[in-house]
Design a protein around this ligand. Structure first.
Ligand SMILES: *[C@@H]1O[C@H](CO)[C@@H](O)[C@H](O)[C@H]1NC(C)=O
Ligand SMILES: *[C@@H]1O[C@H](CO)[C@@H](O)[C@H](O)[C@H]1NC(C)=O
Ligand SMILES: *[C@@H]1O[C@H](CO)[C@@H](O)[C@H](O)[C@H]1NC(C)=O
Length: 634
């Protein structure tokens, strides 16, 4: 295990039989769609209060993103949120989750956002909907689909650019086909709908905000109230607000609440005060220490807000996981990819367990009569420590393109700038660029790697170029006619700030000893959406390991019946224990087969490829490994 640097784990399940689970299993999540003819319900703002059919509502909400956990667990998390004393749930809607490729929509299973909203209603919760179109959320491209950058190479996201506005309209129409019946005025639980997301931190175009507001209002009418969210500063409000939507504020524990209220009141003299992102925890990037927020501070600032009758939404109440290639990145002094876990140090852990923070919040809310004692207090669910599993090398990724359909050939390129992932229409995963060298030995330079590039000469790893550590040069040992292979990994598109248009690939010319390489390049894509292939089942595996990325595979049987399978394979996300602080990956029980069925696990190791690897299934997470960040790929 110690030699593993960067890998992806994919778990393969079989068929659903005799499912039983330690988590509540949802037999049917298709609730009745409320008839649109139902008696009109009225949500409005009266003075400084939200009013639902004439009854004031003090919103106490928690964020839970349906796209960060399997649908089978939605009810469980929402019930726990309700049991803590909250009366509402907030969720972003992630455009790229539902339209990963242009006009290929999905609203089923884990992507059935309407079912999530219905379950919230069944659990007695109101819903705050945050449909963006941009959401940030520490997701790839802030939740926008990558193909916007493909279809419109010059698009300006989050502006009045007609292409962006057009695509936003098309998307919102599709989304509200799902959600319109669930708006409060139509008998559903959605009371508030957010316009854009913290736009004041990005731009200051009122026409843009008005256009987004109008697109959303076309669908919501007066059936739900609109709001905006911005940081606690009048300049953010000035840039981020839009007439017709309530301005709300966001800040975390320890912030001077009275000061926050004053800043907001100076801007908005009347209307409900709402902290629509109150941070009980925080996000973490690869290579940092895990972010943690002290429970006493969370409770103290919450108490101040309750005393002032401020409406609150916890961001996050349950964080969940960035499965597959969904995690985004920030850019501070350098590129900062987000870890796979979105535990967030939230009141409920990544596995859905209540923490001391959860109980402390519940105790406080009880004093304010928010807690319904009829709902039982949740306790942690059992975990499986299934022990050590050995995986053995199966397929060297780069040398078996045709045989296993793991890669696909794109058109050759003559450079000097190579086509990006977006140009190739590949969302994420890996792209391999290969050429023949004219001359021997020297220094290879690429100043804009996006993001992590393994450099091979004749199949031998020479080193990496990368964005995180701004490593732009590598010495290589080549001879005349050597094959140069550059394997480029996207580590997540930036989700916040001015570098949002974050294309992947190699954005600068590739120089060898200061000169552009002249030959033509062959290009192979590895989207890794699916690592299943018929031919693989009978393939014995390899003992002939080169340096390159290798797909490992192993099988195991659970010691007892804890988890149950849900269907096809699931990519558990990126794993990078050498950099940390996240060391373990969360495996939802629902994605495992009970004994005596076998479970298959696959790991794509990108770097070091020993004859076998071991992995261990343990019953607690390790997200907090601290160590000096010294990274060397050679
Ligand atoms: C909704 O409620 C508000 C405040 O109680 C009231 O002013 C408004 O007329 C109501 N709207 C409808 C359509 O009933
Ligand atoms: C390199 O390839 C060229 C073109 O195929 C060939 O003419 C030349 O002999 C090769 N050089 C070596 C050292 O193999
Ligand atoms: C990591 O967290 C565990 C569990 O909370 C704790 O026991 C351990 O001391 C922590 N380690 C570090 C390095 O902070």
């Amino acid at each position: 295990m110690k030699s593993i640097k960067v890998v992806y784990i994919l778990l393969i399940g079989y068929t659903l039989e005799a499912a039983k689970s330690n988590e509540p299993v949802i037999i049917s999540i298709q609730g009745e769609t409320p008839p649109s003819q139902s008696p009109l319900r009225n949500i409005s703002i009266v003075g400084n209060e939200f009013m639902l059919d004439g009854v004031p509502l003090h919103i106490l909400s928690g964020s839970v993103h349906y796209f960060r956990l399997p649908a089978e667990y939605w009810r469980d998390r929402l019930r726990k949120l309700k049991a803590a004393g909250l009366n509402s749930v907030a969720t972003y809607v992630e455009w790229s989750y539902h339209e990963p490729e242009e006009r290929q929509y999905s609203f089923e299973g884990d992507k059935d956002v309407a079912a999530f909203v219905r379950i919230a209603a069944e659990e007695g919760l109101h819903v705050l909907l945050r449909p963006g179109p941009y959401i940030c959320a520490e997701r790839d491209l802030g939740g926008l689909p990558y193909w916007l950058l493909s279809k419109y190479p010059n698009i300006r996201l989050r502006t009045t650019d007609k292409d962006f506005i057009y695509e936003t309209k098309v998307w919102m129409t599709k989304l509200f086909e799902q959600l319109s019946p669930l708006l409060f005025g139509n008998g559903g639980p959605i009371i508030l709908v957010q316009v854009e997301n913290e736009y004041g931190s990005y731009g200051n175009s009122m026409p843009y905000m008005e256009q987004v507001r109008d697109i959303i209002r076309t669908h919501t009418g007066s059936s739900a109230l609109l709001y905006t969210t911005d940081g606690a500063s009048s300049s953010y409000f000035m840039s981020g607000y839009v007439p017709g939507a309530l301005t709300t504020i966001d800040f975390g524990p320890g912030f001077n609440v009275a000061k926050g209220v004053k800043i907001l009141r100076d801007f908005m003299p009347e209307g409900p005060v709402m902290n629509s992102e109150y941070y009980p925890g925080w996000l973490t990037h690869w290579g940092e220490s895990i972010q943690q927020v002290d429970t006493a501070d969370v409770v103290a600032t919450l108490k101040t807000m309750l005393d002032l009758k401020i409406n609150v939404n916890f961001y996050m109440f349950f964080g969940g996981t960035n499965f597959e290639f969904s995690s985004g990145a920030n850019y501070g002094l350098t590129y900062q990819p987000d870890i796979t876990s979105y535990d967030y140090d939230a009141p409920l852990t990544e596995a859905g367990d209540p923490t001391p923070k959860y109980y402390a919040i519940r105790n406080l809310l009880k004093q304010y009569n928010f807690v319904d004692d009829a709902i039982s207090i949740p306790t942690p669910s059992p975990k499986g420590a299934y022990g050590i599993v050995t995986v053995t090398p199966k397929i060297p990724l780069l040398s078996n393109v045709g045989r296993f359909n793991l890669g696909k050939k794109y058109e050759d390129s003559t450079g000097p700038i190579l086509p990006t992932f977006e140009h190739l229409r590949q969302r994420n995963g890996l792209v391999l660029y290969e050429t023949t060298m004219d001359y021997a030995g020297g220094v290879l330079t690429a100043t804009r790697p996006r993001d992590w590039i393994y450099v091979y000469v004749d199949g031998k790893l020479q080193g990496v170029l990368n964005r995180i550590y701004m490593k732009h040069m590598v010495d290589i040992n080549s001879v005349e006619n050597s094959t140069l292979s550059l394997l480029v990994e996207s580590q997540g598109r930036i989700n916040f700030g001015s570098r949002l248009h974050d294309r992947k690939g190699i954005l600068s010319p590739i120089l060898f000893n200061g000169k552009s390489l002249q030959g033509s390049w062959t290009i192979t894509g590895y989207p890794l959406d699916n690592v299943e292939s018929k031919n693989m089942a009978d393939y014995e595996g390899t003992s002939d390991l080169s340096d390159g990325p290798v797909l490992y595979e192993g099988e195991f049987v659970l010691a007892d019946g804890q988890g149950y399978v849900w269907g096809k394979r699931h990519n558990l996300g990126r794993y990078w224990p050498g950099l940390g602080p996240q060391v373990t990956l969360y495996v939802p029980g629902i994605w495992l087969n009970a004994a005596p069925a076998h479970n298959r696990v696959q790991i794509l190791e990108l770097e070091k490829v020993p004859a076998k690897l071991t992995m261990e299934f343990i019953d607690y997470p390790i997200l907090n490994r601290t160590q000096p960040v010294v990274y060397s790929a050679t």
